[in-house]
Write a protein that binds this ligand. Structure first.
Ligand code: BGC
Length: 719
């Protein structure tokens, strides 16, 4: 088939994509088709021949305009059909301009911030030849022992869905073929965050209802936002591993949601079906994953070695293969790779770490920091304090502030917290620095130096927490304490009697009960990215009024895990009664609840309006509330709306976030905030496993956190 200008149809950009795909498929050999399902990591000279034969469809971990162009040239100019490769990379929270970790971004409760950071990351990464990111990670995580909690938006499906949507929009833009976009990949499909015991890669066994109401919504949101790809997870899901689960990959993803992009496996997760014990051979693993709906094999090599034979033997139909190849090709066409397979050399120097990008990194870090506690209040500090002791292993630390997914980031770009403080204080202020101890290990030799400096100071700022590589993948922890001797360091400095401010730099909730009780001010900075030091200093000294809110519950001890705000009431809700659901040795409340975060100003809530107070099942309710800044400083408030479905055909959570808005108010300013509750907010998976709205009463709670409810109301859904 020839196009209008004598070119084959598939190379004719004026033709519709579907026509181009069909034309191309009709020309492909079986081997070339399988090639499109094969992804390699990093390039080696020996791969050249395979690319030339059209036997590799994608690479990950190949970066750089020159390098990607060189390899792309082999595919486009030296292979029979010239099908371009797609280069993927984990561009999770920035490429060179590193932003706060996703858990930090989620703490901003501002989805648009996620969008902006994703769009900057896309511009930077694509200037170096990458066109596909393995992000966003949209796994709901209720267990902070799981290191990968750092990579997602926390414990809540509603907040998680909002973030998922915005990341996809940010990475992909309006038109994937435009310069500066990346095709996104929602991962890890699905319920990977539900790993038993929080142990990475572990078995997950959740009910279909929990799957649908808790783990699936952010993926569905990503699909609705047009995400181009999905990654199938490592975990077993109730006996059927996620990477060969046709119920989740085909029935739900493609059948119920109409997903048209392609599914890539996680790293080697198809071959690992052998370890799971559902396949005896690579060939069996390939067949299972492929037929379940995994279109591309990341690194595992099983599609490459087995698929051709499986088709020849009639074990996998060529029709199924064609469908997968079509999906991969569609993304390549959409990205415009056939027209523009190469990157302009030198482009990246104009894009990477531009002033606006660095400014956004500062804004993102400021917005993601959560003021957990501020007694008296000790914060903000005056800039002309005479002597400040800055203590702790994360105070003068660049690499760890980058966070878990920052391999492309450069530690030297990081403004340390010590530097941020130095830049902020008056000329006359003396800064005394002591590392205090290492991040891990048992040595206390530097304690003496730390206490000596603390004693000389008017205030001590302790910067403690987690190194970046004890968070993220394969970094599950069995305790949630400060690692090493950091806890003891805090106690030792506390005993000097110096007023203390603690800055946490970490990737997960920590059970800092002693700290929370004794230290008067605590700032949760997460792993804040390259501008972390400036952002922390802006907040410590009052140049920015903090408004981050926790997207995840902080437990009192690790034994309280899993603890999350949207739990079920049980038949015996916790009370002072003995025979109720609780631990006998702990309060039932968490250390810090979901949605918690303080400000340097105060907000008053009033005038809750719920209109109408009766709706039909397909109706909508408007909830409006007035918020006034009654303090003396400008600040942001995150207004949170929760509902409770009081009686339903199945048990419902005691509270569910169904609306939130971060607003900025000048001192004295008052504003109405409006939320709409409709299908998305009110539907749930009923007794028949159908997503419906049931008649009955809905309680409405509006407040500053999941525990700090300011106003309550009600409406009724009628049949
Ligand atoms: C991780 C994924 C990641 C992939 C590629 C895997 O080990 O689970 O999140 O995208 O590696 O780097």
């Amino acid at each position: 088939m020839k196009g209008t200008k004598g070119k084959p149809v598939y190379l004719d950009a004026s033709q519709p994509i579907d026509k181009r795909i069909e034309d191309l498929i009709s020309r492909m050999t079986l081997e070339e088709k399988v090639g499109q399902t094969v992804q390699y990591s990093t390039f080696q000279e020996k791969d050249e021949a395979l690319i030339r034969q059209g036997l590799i469809g994608s690479f990950l971990n190949v970066i750089g305009a020159e390098q990607t162009n060189k390899i792309q040239k082999i595919a486009v100019e030296q292979s029979r059909l010239g099908i371009p490769l797609i280069f993927g990379l984990d561009v999770i929270h920035g490429f060179k301009t590193i932003f706060p970790i996703p858990l930090g971004i989620a703490s901003s409760w501002e989805p648009d911030l996620a969008k902006q950071t994703a769009s900057v990351a896309a511009a930077e990464a694509s200037s170096e030849g990458v066109r596909w990111t393995f992000a966003p990670m949209v796994d709901i995580a209720r267990d902070p022992r799981w290191g990968r909690i750092a990579e997602g938006a926390g414990e809540d499906p509603y907040l998680g869905s909002a973030m998922a949507r915005s990341y996809v929009e940010g990475f992909q833009g309006n038109d994937l073929s435009k310069h500066g976009t990346l095709v996104a990949c929602a991962k890890h499909y699905v319920a990977y965050g539900g790993a038993e015991g929080g142990r990475d890669y572990n078995t997950v066994d959740v009910s279909e209802r929990t799957l649908r109401d808790v783990y699936l919504p952010p993926f569905e949101a990503a699909v609705k936002a047009g995400v181009g790809t999905i990654m199938s997870a490592f975990n077993d899901l109730g006996g059927v591993p996620a990477s060969c689960n046709s119920f989740t990959l085909t029935t739900i993803l493609r059948g119920e949601w109409g997903f048209e992009g392609f599914v890539v496996s996680d790293w080697n997760s198809i071959r690992e079906l052998i370890n799971h014990g559902v396949a005896a051979t690579p060939s069996e693993a390939a067949k299972k994953a492929f037929e379940a709906g995994v279109d591309m094999d990341m690194v595992g090599g099983v599609y490459q070695t087995c698929l051709v034979q499986l088709v020849k033997d009639g074990e996998v139909s060529e029709k199924t293969l064609d469908a997968a190849v079509r999906r991969v090709l569609r993304i390549k066409f959409k990205l415009g790779l056939f027209e523009h397979p190469y990157v302009e050399l030198g482009m990246s120097s104009k894009v990477i770490k531009r002033k606006e990008h660095v400014a956004l990194a500062l804004e993102a870090a400021r917005k993601s920091i959560v003021l957990l506690k501020n007694k008296e209040p000790i914060l903000p500090l005056k800039k002309d304090v005479k002597t400040i002791a800055v203590i702790g292993p994360l105070a003068d630390n660049q690499p760890d502030l980058l966070g878990c997914w920052s391999f492309t980031g450069e530690p030297e770009d990081v403004v340390t917290i010590l530097d941020g403080i130095k830049r902020k204080v008056s000329m006359k202020t003396r800064i005394l620095y002591s590392k205090g101890c290492e991040l891990e290990g048992t040595a206390k030799t530097e304690f003496e130096d730390a206490t000596k400096k603390a004693k000389e100071a008017d205030v001590a700022i302790l910067v403690v927490g987690e190194g970046r590589f004890i968070t993220g993948e394969a970094s599950s922890r069995s305790t949630l304490d400060l690692p090493g001797v950091q806890d003891e360091l805090v106690k030792t400095v506390f005993e000097t009697g110096v007023p203390l401010v603690l800055v946490l730099v970490n990737g997960r909730p920590l059970s800092i009960s002693w700290v929370a009780e004794h230290v008067p001010a605590i700032l949760e900075a997460w792993h804040p990215g390259i501008q972390g030091g400036n952002a922390v200093a802006d907040i410590l000294f009052g140049d920015y009024n903090p408004a981050g809110r926790l997207p995840v519950t902080f437990p009192r001890t690790v034994g309280q895990v899993p603890i999350y705000y949207n739990y079920k009431n049980t038949g015996r809700p916790a009370s002072s009664e003995r025979w109720t659901s609780k631990y006998i040795d702990l309060p039932v409340t968490p250390l810090f609840p979901f949605g918690h975060g303080l400000s340097y100003t105060n907000f008053e809530y009033s005038n809750l309006r719920i209109v109408p107070d009766r709706i039909k099942v397909n109706g909508k309710v408007k909830v409006t509330v007035d918020i006034q800044n009654v303090g003396a400083r400008k600040g942001d408030e995150v207004v949170q709306l929760y509902i409770r479905d009081v009686v339903a055909s199945v048990t419902r959570p005691v509270k569910e976030l169904k609306g939130f808005k971060r607003i900025t108010l000048e001192p004295g300013e008052k504003r109405s905030v409006e939320f709409t509750l409709g299908l998305e907010e009110l539907a749930f998976t009923n007794i028949d496993m159908k997503r419906v709205i049931e008649p009955g009463a809905i309680e409405v709670m509006v407040g500053k956190s999941s525990e700090d409810i300011q106003l309550k109301g009600k409406f009724e859904i009628i049949a």
